[in-house]
Design a binder for this molecule. Structure first.
Ligand code: CUA
Length: 176
């Protein structure tokens, strides 16, 4: 027998009873999960509508700079704090190894937040809600968000992006 000729005898053995039960349980469960997928977009309260567009990273960089210049109110450890117009547009720039700026938002207002990266792929994970998005160079995601609670919400990068990955954090501040 060589690798090219099939073995003469069937090499598997019939499934055991436990194995069969587990396969059926797994199949039924996965079909159930599949059948309720529509639930999240239709009923899920934290489903965030997302639009995405292509953008030139340099153009995005410049837009973020203009946005910060226009609406900056403060800074925390060198990171600008920006208060965009209530219910308006805002930007979050992910780059190694920071999210800039820190956004100050009003509770109950709906914002359009433009998220992109200008170097490598980063993750955007808003805590403690655990809302996760990707920040990709060349693409901008528009997150339509309406903060429901006040407080400070950390953003962490959850996509490995280099040596400073574990230091890459940001923040949203929501006030009344
Ligand atoms: Cu950015 Cu990990």
């Amino acid at each position: 027998m060589s690798a090219l000729t099939p073995p003469g005898k069937i090499w598997w053995t019939p499934l055991g009873k436990d194995e069969k039960i587990w396969l059926i349980v797994g199949l039924v469960w996965s079909l159930f999960m599949f059948s309720v997928m529509w639930w999240w977009p239709v009923v899920g309260e934290q489903t965030t509508p997302i639009e995405s567009y292509r953008i030139d990273p340099t153009a995005f960089f410049e837009r973020v700079d203009r946005f910060i210049e226009r609406y900056q109110i403060d800074s925390i450890n060198g990171v600008p704090v920006v208060e965009p117009p209530v219910g308006g547009e805002a930007y979050i720039h992910a780059r190694a190894f920071e999210f800039r700026p820190v956004l100050k938002l009003k509770r109950g207002a709906t914002y359009r937040i433009y998220l992109s990266s200008t170097d490598v792929q980063h993750g955007f994970s808003l805590q403690p809600l655990n809302m996760n998005f990707q920040a990709l160079p060349g693409y901008v995601y528009v997150l339509t968000l309406t903060p429901r609670d006040t407080g400070e919400f950390p953003i962490v990068c959850n996509e490995y992006c280099g040596l400073g990955h574990h230091l890459m954090t940001g923040k949203l501040i929501v006030t009344d």
